[in-house]
Design a protein around this ligand. Structure first.
Ligand code: SDX
Length: 427
C-alpha cells in the first residue's frame, strides 16, 4: 500500500499521499490541504517545500552528489563540452552526432546581435553593472524575436535556446568591451562556443585572441559545473515567471536578476573581494574567519555554506583542482589561491563551520579560474549566468510542457491590522 502521511488537527485526522522520488526522497502531497482543512503551511524561503517534480538534476546534499539527467558531474571533466551538456539538460539525452552538429551550427548562425541592439549598449554608462546590461538585453532580445514568444514544439524551443545560449556570449562580451571603450568584436563562425566567446572578449580588430586548449577546457568545465542546480533561487525565479506564461526571454531575464544577489551568483565577486582584502594585508585569514564567526559582524566567509549541501559541494572540489592545474599549465602563481586554500584549511578545522556543516561551495574557487583566464571581477556573475542559462531553459521548458502546470501563487499568514483597527476612512 502507498505510504500516507496523517495530520491530526483537533478531533480530525487527515491522510495525505506521499510521493517517492527516483532516489528515495519523500514528499507529502499537500496540494489540497487548504481545501480540506482550511490550513496552509508556513515555510519561509521554502527550505522544506518541493515546488515541483523535475527530471533534470539530482542533488544529494548530505553525500555531495550532483547529477545532470542521471550523469554525475565528475564524468564531464575528462572531455568538457558545454554545448553537449546544454543539450543534455534541455532535451534529456546526450545529443547524437547529428543533433550536436545541428545545434552547434545553430549556435554559430545565431551569434550575432541585430545591429539595432548594438545602439542599446551606447545608452549605458561605462560603469553600468554588467548584470544590469545582461538582464536588460536578454529582455530586449524578445523584441527582435516575436516569433519565439510562443514555444510549443521541440523545434521551436531548440531555435529559442540556440539564440539565447549563443547571444548571451555576444551580449556579455559587448558589455565588457563597452565598459572599456573598446570596439565590439564580431563573432567568428569558425570558432566553437567558448573560443568564440573569448575571441569576442579579448581579440582586437588587428589581433586575433589565441585560445589555449587548457583555457578552453577549463572554461568549458566551469560553465558545465554552473549549468544547473535544481530549484535554486534564480531557477525558481525563472519557473515562477514562466508559470504566468511569460515568454522564455522574459523568464531568463528575471533569472539574471535573482542570480545577481551576493548570497547567490553574486558570491563569486564577493569571494574575490574577500581574498583581495586579505592579500592587501588589511586582515589575516585567521582574523577574517574570526569575523565571519561573529554573528554581529554581518561578515560571512563568502563562497562557504549552502542551503542544500551539508558536506562538500562537489563542484568546489572539482574547481579547486581546475584552478591549481590551470595556473600550473599557464605557468602562473596566484596568491589568492594560496589564501583561499588557507581559509579552507582554517574553516574546515573550526567547530563553528563543522557544527553548521559549512563547506566551500561553487563560488569559492571559480573566481580564481576566471581571473587566470583574464575575466574581470565584475564579469564573474555574468559568467555564472552564461553557465546557468541552459538550466534555466531546461526548467522553463519542463514546466511549460507540464499539462498540470498552473500559475505559481503562494499563500501567506496575514499578521497586519484587523478590520478598522487603524484609522477608518468613513469619518
Ligand atoms: C550559490 O541554491 C543553490 O543551489 C545556489 C547555488 C547554485 O548553483 O544555484 O549553489 C549557487 O548561490 C552558492 C551560495 C553562494 N553564496 C555564498 O557563498 C554566500 C555565503 N554563504 C551564505 O550566505 C549561506 O551559506 C547561504 C546563503 C549560501 C546559505 O544560507 P542558509 O542555508 O540560509 O543558511 P543560514 O543563513 O540559515 O546559516 C545557518 C548558520 C547561521 O549561523 P547561526 O544563526 O546558526 O549561528 O550558518 C551561518 C549563519 O550565520 N552561516 C555562515 C555562512 N553561511 C551560513 N557563517 C559564516 N559564513 C558563511 N558563509
Amino acid at each position: 500500500m502507498a505510504e500516507q502521511a496523517t495530520l491530526t488537527l483537533g478531533e480530525s485526522s487527515y491522510e495525505f499521499p506521499v510521493h517517492v522520488g527516483t532516489e528515495g526522497e519523500r514528499a507529502i502531497d499537500i496540494r489540497n490541504l487548504r481545501t480540506r482543512t482550511g490550513y496552509v503551511t508556513l515555510d519561509p524561503a521554502f527550505g522544506n517545500t518541493a515546488s515541483c517534480e523535475s527530471a533534470i538534476t539530482f542533488i544529494d546534499g548530505e553525500r555531495g552528489i550532483l547529477r545532470y539527467r542521471g550523469i554525475p558531474i565528475e564524468q564531464f571533466a575528462a572531455r568538457p563540452n558545454f554545448v553537449e551538456v546544454a543539450w543534455l539538460l534541455i532535451f534529456g539525452h546526450l545529443p547524437t552526432q547529428a543533433e550536436y552538429d545541428a545545434f552547434a551550427g545553430d549556435l554559430t548562425a545565431h551569434a550575432n546581435l541585430d545591429e539595432g541592439m548594438k545602439h542599446h549598449f551606447e545608452g549605458f554608462p561605462r560603469t553600468a553593472p554588467p548584470m544590469a546590461i545582461l538582464s536588460a538585453m536578454i529582455n530586449a532580445l524578445s523584441c527582435f524575436h516575436p516569433e519565439l514568444h510562443e514555444l510549443e514544439d521541440s523545434d521551436q524551443i531548440r531555435e529559442a535556446a540556440a539564440r539565447l545560449i549563443s547571444k548571451i556570449r555576444t551580449i556579455a562580451s559587448y558589455a565588457y568591451r563597452h565598459s572599456r571603450g573598446l570596439p565590439y568584436i564580431y563573432p567568428d563562425p569558425h570558432l566553437r562556443y567558448v573560443q568564440n566567446f573569448l575571441h569576442m572578449m579579448f581579440s582586437d580588430p588587428y589581433r586575433q585572441y589565441e585560445c589555449d586548449a587548457t583555457v578552453r577546457d577549463a572554461l568549458n568545465l566551469l560553465l558545465i559545473l554552473h549549468a544547473d542546480h535544481e530549484q535554486n533561487c534564480s531557477t525558481s525565479t525563472v519557473r515562477m515567471v514562466g508559470s504566468s506564461q511569460a515568454n522564455l526571454f522574459a523568464s531568463c531575464a528575471a533569472g539574471v536578476c535573482a542570480l545577481w544577489g551576493p548570497l547567490h551568483g553574486g558570491a563569486n565577486v564577493e569571494v574575490l573581494q574577500m581574498l583581495e582584502q586579505i592579500r592587501r594585508g588589511r586582515i589575516t585569514p585567521e582574523e577574517y574567519v574570526k569575523l565571519a564567526k561573529d554573528g554581529d559582524s554581518k561578515v560571512r566567509l563568502m563562497g562557504f555554506g549552502h542551503r542544500v549541501y551539508k558536506s562538500f559541494d562537489p563542484r568546489a572540489t572539482i574547481l579547486g583542482g581546475v584552478a591549481e592545474q590551470l595556473l600550473a599549465q599557464l605557468g602562473r602563481d596566484d596568491p589568492l589561491l594560496d589564501i583561499a586554500r588557507r581559509l579552507e584549511e582554517i574553516a574546515l578545522e573550526d567547530p563553528y563551520f563543522i557544527e553548521r556543516k559549512l563547506y566551500p561551495n561553487v563560488d569559492f574557487y571559480s573566481g580564481i579560474i576566471l581571473r587566470a583566464i583574464g575575466i574581470p571581477t565584475n564579469m564573474f556573475t555574468v559568467m555564472f549566468a552564461i553557465g546557468r542559462l541552459p538550466g534555466w531553459i531546461a526548467h522553463w521548458w519542463e514546466q511549460h510542457r507540464d499539462t498540470g502546470s498552473r500559475i505559481a501563487r503562494p499563500r501567506q499568514l496575514y499578521v497586519g491590522p484587523a478590520l478598522n483597527e487603524t484609522a477608518s476612512l468613513s469619518s
